[in-house]
Design a binder for this molecule. Structure first.
Ligand SMILES: Cc1cc2nc3c(=O)[nH]c(=O)nc-3n(C[C@H](O)[C@H](O)[C@H](O)COP(=O)(O)O)c2cc1C
Length: 205
């Protein structure tokens, strides 16, 4: 089959595109507003896009029902920082709970019963139970084209300035065994996967 997403002519029940670009890692973004109130929300339009310096991005799209832009974007642009917490199999319910739409200023970590602990460099705290956290300084926002001028498609870039890794993930050989963390990734519809096995392949010389 072939379809054009702009024409929504796949003939399937739901546009399958987001079920095809998979698995998408989940950036579980913590930030604070100018009053220091904590915000936590998951974003699967998330990835690492540069190495040196290490740069990550996440993409808040659309608006809240009350017409405001998403709290994560507003906080990061105002405070200049965010933390990417790893969403894991063990934290799946809490991650999902933090995606609910709450008024600005509501701490989704409290809603989900998650303890937050201070970061080392940036003002946003991190999820204590998450085995990996990336402290990021806000770099820039890129506004992408949108088919609905009322619904922004923005991409937030951040420079990773600090990395927390739970010692449990580190092997005697000095590597990270990510299957111990079981990171969650987003598939299409309401489906997820977790990284529980890996295989190795070397690049040709
Ligand atoms: C697994 C998962 C991934 C999500 N990915 C995105 C995303 O990439 N972009 C987005 O705008 N919303 C995404 N959402 C929805 C946001 O988490 C939701 O809109 C949240 O309320 C935003 O919170 P905020 O206003 O506190 O920033 C996702 C939700 C879930 C559960």
């Amino acid at each position: 089959m072939f379809y054009e997403p702009r024409l929504q002519n796949s003939g399937l029940t739901i546009d399958p595109l987001k079920a095809l670009v998979v698995p998408r890692p989940i950036g579980w973004i913590s930030s604070v507003d100018l009053e220091g109130r904590v915000n936590l929300a998951p974003f699967s339009f998330f990835n690492m896009v540069a190495d040196s310096p290490p740069i990550v991005l996440f993409a808040p799209s659309g608006r809240k029902a009350n017409g405001e832009i998403k709290d994560s974007r507003r906080n990061v642009e105002a405070s200049g920082a965010f933390v990417v917490n790893m969403a894991t199999w063990d934290l799946r319910e809490q991650m999902n709970a933090t995606s609910g739409q709450f008024p600005a200023g509501v701490n989704e970590a409290d809603v989900a019963g998650l303890e937050m602990v201070p970061s080392r460099i940036v003002n946003a705290p991190r999820v204590a139970a998450s085995p990996v956290a990336l402290e990021c300084r806000y770099l820039q926002t890129v506004s992408l084209p949108t088919l609905d001028p009322d619904q922004p498609n923005d991409v937030i870039f951040g420079d990773v300035v600090g990395v927390h890794i739970d010692e449990k993930l580190i092997t005697p050989e000095g590597r990270v065994d990510i299957t111990i963390a079981k990171p969650l990734a987003r598939l299409g519809y309401s489906l997820y996967t977790a990284v529980t096995e890996t295989f190795a392949m070397r690049r040709p010389q």
